[in-house]
Design a protein around this ligand. Structure first.
Ligand SMILES: Nc1ncnc2c1ncn2[C@@H]1O[C@H](COP(=O)(O)OP(=O)(O)O)[C@@H](O)[C@H]1O
Ligand SMILES: [Mg+2]
Length: 381
């Protein structure tokens, strides 16, 4: 897929912009605070209907304006897709090929972008909840029903927690028997989440290793691990696939709930389930969180993004658009070149990269299109 045209009105520091893009690698050069990240944010928004920087969409509207309009023409599998999003104080209204769409999930199967932002570097050291959020989002394009599963799980969890507190506080009508149906629902939806996360991590693993080694020019092995108490010990993968594995998880889940039941009643809180899980990156069996260098963190996250793009391609026979914000800063020349070579090798249809200086980008005009960003304007460079 690729973006052909983008128009912005009152989006961040772009009061009026209309621009056509080429396939291949597009590079936005500009000094600080000129609008490079804003432009990537707009492109990301058009592909996913959300910002990668903020949940507060009002901040996307240019200061002292009431609304913002983004519109774009993209191509996917030979068909043209038109998207527009109007943002105002009532929220956002999105049209896909001229027709209003309600839910973001309806959109996920149409356009998609994978974005690297320097903020993603916190992922490895952040709180588990941030990692869960990251991976849960990454699973979505591969499993649109995951959104509903997660919402159902959250709602069951909330009910169950309230009931645990009521039993602890000996509220009228609240007794442990009332927990049974909630336990079963928690196990049912929780198992779905566990399976999806496990499957996603297993699919990412080989890509992560390949891309990490290629762009870091190292033979070290990175591994992504889904940390949970509820998966059966890894044996022969085949023996564990499908129904088998779901049943095993449910068994472990049920057992853990009964083991923790006293403790849960004491705390008034659900202590077992995928809401307690985490994801861990290792390099050569060492926890990246505590032992890897800053540079290795960068390499892991960049490899993760490329892996997500490769997995998407495997599933949908097309790459998503790849957006890399400020990717060359703090990357030495060898690794910057290796990254670019890897991107050329993958033959991703369209990539957008920002950089402060043209000199920091290790390739020539022949291989990519350069644009100069200055105070909310864009022109070929
Ligand atoms: N809602 C907004 N309205 C107008 N200007 C904005 C808005 N949000 C951010 N900006 C401006 O955008 C600029 C930062 O743009 P950004 O794309 O982050 O810069 P960079 O080129 O360094 O990536 C700042 O000058 C900031 O004031
Ligand atoms: Mg920036």
């Amino acid at each position: 897929m690729f973006l052909k045209e983008l128009s912005l009105r009152n989006f961040r520091n772009y009061i009026e912009l209309s621009i056509c893009f080429n396939k291949g690698i597009n590079i936005f050069i500009g000094e600080n605070a000129q609008g490079k990240t804003n432009l990537l944010e707009a492109i990301h928004f058009i592909h996913s209907l959300q910002s990668f920087r903020t949940q507060e969409e009002k901040s996307l509207i240019s200061i002292s304006f009431k609304d913002a309009l983004l519109s774009a023409e993209a191509e996917r599998g030979g068909s043209i897709i038109n998207v527009s999003a109007l943002l105002d104080d009532k929220g956002k209204r999105v049209k896909l090929n001229g027709k209003k769409i309600g839910k973001t999930s309806e959109f996920l199967s149409r356009l998609f972008a994978i974005t690297f932002s320097p903020d993603d570097l916190f992922l490895i050291k952040d709180l588990p909840s941030e990692r869960r959020r990251y991976f849960d989002r990454a699973i979505l394009p591969h499993s649109p029903s995951y959104l509903k599963t997660s919402a159902r799980y959250d709602s069951i969890l909330e009910h169950r927690n309230r009931l645990l507190k009521d039993i602890r506080d000996a509220k009228k009508g609240a007794d442990t028997a009332a927990l049974t149906p909630w336990n079963e629902q928690l196990i049912e939806e929780g198992t779905r989440i566990l399976l999806k996360r496990h499957q996603f991590v297993e699919q990412i693993k080989p890509f992560l290793e390949k891309f990490f080694q290629s762009i870091s020019k190292s033979s070290k092995r990175p591994i992504l691990i889904y940390e949970t108490q509820l998966l059966p010990p890894l044996r022969d993968e085949e023996a564990l696939s499908g129904v088998n594995m779901a049943d095993e998880i449910k068994g472990i889940f049920r057992l853990s709930l009964s083991e923790k039941s006293r403790e849960e009643l004491r705390y008034g809180h659900t202590l077992v389930g995928p809401h307690r899980d985490d994801f861990q990156f290792l390099i050569d069996d060492q926890k990246a969180k505590t032992t890897a260098s800053q540079g290795q963190h960068r390499m892991i996250i960049l490899s993760l993004k490329l892996s997500e793009a490769a997995l998407y391609k495997e599933a949908f026979s097309e790459y998503p658009v790849l957006l890399l914000d400020d990717v060359f800063s703090e990357l030495d020349e060898i690794r910057a070149e290796a990254l670019i070579e890897q991107i050329f090798d993958m033959d991703i249809e369209q990539v957008f990269i920002t950089a402060a200086k043209k000199e920091s980008v290790p390739f020539s005009n022949k291989r990519c299109s350069f644009y100069l960003i200055k105070e909310g304007t864009v022109r070929p460079y």
